[in-house]
Ligand binder design. Structure first.
Ligand code: GRG
Length: 299
C-alpha cells in the first residue's frame, strides 16, 4: 500500500460526505411537492446516509486531475442517485427481498412496493436531469456525459449484472461467471464515478484511461469485500441484513474460494488500482487513500 500517512482520510471523507449531503438535499423536489408521497420516498432513500463512496470518488478523481469540487458535484450527485435507485430496486421482494438498508427499513417496507418502484425510477431519471443541467467541458460535452451514465446504468452493465445475479440464484457459478456479475453490478458504477470526476476536470485521455483502470479494480475489490463483510459482520454494523448470502446460498467469492483467498484477491485487485493511478505522481492522494480504506472497511 502506498505511504500516504500524512493524508487525513477520515477528515477528508467526513468533509466531502457533508458537502455531498448538502448538494443531494438540493437535487430533489421538496418533500411536500406533489406527488408528496413520491418525493418523500425519494428523499427517504437518497438522504438516508450511506457511505457516499461513489460521489466521494467522483470528487477525488476530479481533484486528482486538477479539477474542483464544485464542478464535479453535480456529476457526483447523479451517480449517488443512480446508486440509490439500484438499492431500492435491489431490495424489492421480487429482487433481493430485503427489509433493512442504510440502518432503516427499506423503501417498500415504508411506502409499499408501487411507490418504492416509482421512487427508484424517479431517482434514475433525476440523474439524467442533473447531468443535463450540469456544465459541459471541451473534451466532454453533454452528450458524452449522458452517454457515460446511460451506458453504465443500462442493459449491458448495471442491469445486466442484476439480471445475471437473478438468473444465477440457486446455481453453482464459476469464478468467471461471478466476475461477470461483479464487473457489471458493482464495478461499472464505481468506474463511472471516477471517470465522471475526471471528465469534470476536462482530463486528458491518458488520465481517463488511468481512472478507468483504477475504478475497475477498486470496484471488483469492493464487491469481494462486501461479500466478506456479509459473512463476518453483524446487521447493526452493516446497516443492512448480514449473513444473507449464506442463508440464500448465493454465489460469492467467500463461498467459492473461501475467506482467506477472497481477502488475498481483494488485496491484489487493490494493488492493481494503486498501480493504475501511479501516473498521477502524488496528485491522487485522496483516491489512493480511499482505495486503501475500501479494502480495510468494516461496513
Ligand atoms: C435495474 C431493477 C434494477 C436493479 C438494479 C444493479 C442493481 C439493481 C442492484 C445492485 C445493488 C447492489 C447490492 C449492488 C452491489 C453493490 C453494492 C455492494 C452496493 C452497496 O453499496 P454501499 O456499500 O452502500 O456503498 P451505501 O448504503 O453505503 O451507499
Amino acid at each position: 500500500m502506498p505511504n500516504n500517512s500524512a493524508f487525513k482520510l477520515q477528515k477528508y471523507r467526513h468533509q466531502r460526505a457533508r458537502q455531498v449531503e448538502q448538494a443531494l438535499g438540493k437535487c430533489l423536489p421538496a418533500a411536500r411537492t406533489k406527488p408528496a408521497v413520491l418525493h418523500q420516498a425519494m428523499r427517504y432513500s437518497l438522504l438516508a446516509g450511506g457511505k457516499r463512496i461513489r460521489p466521494i470518488l467522483t470528487l477525488a478523481a476530479a481533484e486528482a486531475c486538477g479539477g474542483s469540487v464544485s464542478d464535479a458535484m453535480p456529476l457526483a450527485c447523479a451517480v449517488e442517485c443512480i446508486h440509490t435507485y439500484s438499492l431500492i430496486h435491489d431490495d424489492l421482494p421480487s429482487m433481493d427481498n430485503d427489509d433493512f438498508r442504510r440502518g432503516r427499513p427499506t423503501s417498500h417496507k415504508i411506502y409499499g412496493e408501487g411507490i418504492a418502484i416509482l421512487a427508484g425510477d424517479a431517482l434514475l431519471t433525476q440523474a439524467f436531469e442533473i447531468v443535463a443541467k450540469a456544465r459541459g467541458w471541451p473534451r466532454y460535452r453533454h452528450a458524452t456525459l449522458i452517454h457515460e451514465i446511460t451506458k453504465t446504468a443500462g442493459s449491458l452493465q448495471l442491469i445486466a449484472g442484476q439480471a445475471a445475479d437473478l438468473e444465477g440464484e440457486g446455481k453453482r457459478l464459476t469464478l468467471p461467471q461471478l466476475r461477470y456479475i461483479h464487473e457489471r453490478k458493482t464495478s461499472a458504477l464505481l468506474t463511472c464515478s471516477v471517470r465522471l470526476g475526471g471528465m469534470s476536470a476536462n482530463c486528458t485521455p491518458r488520465q481517463l484511461k488511468a481512472l478507468t483502470d483504477f475504478g475497475y479494480h477498486v470496484g471488483l475489490a469492493f464487491q469481494i469485500i462486501d461479500d466478506i463483510l456479509d459473512c463476518t459482520q453483524t446487521t447493526e454494523q452493516l446497516g443492512k441484513t448480514a449473513g444473507k448470502d449464506l442463508a440464500t446460498a448465493k454465489a460469492t467469492y467467500p463461498a467459492i474460494v473461501g475467506l482467506e483467498k477472497s481477502k488475498r484477491i481483494s488485496e491484489q485487485l487493490t494493488a492493481k488500482a494503486f498501480a493504475a493511478i501511479k501516473p498521477f505522481k502524488g496528485k491522487a492522494t485522496a483516491l489512493e487513500a480511499l482505495a486503501g480504506y475500501l479494502l480495510k472497511r468494516d461496513n
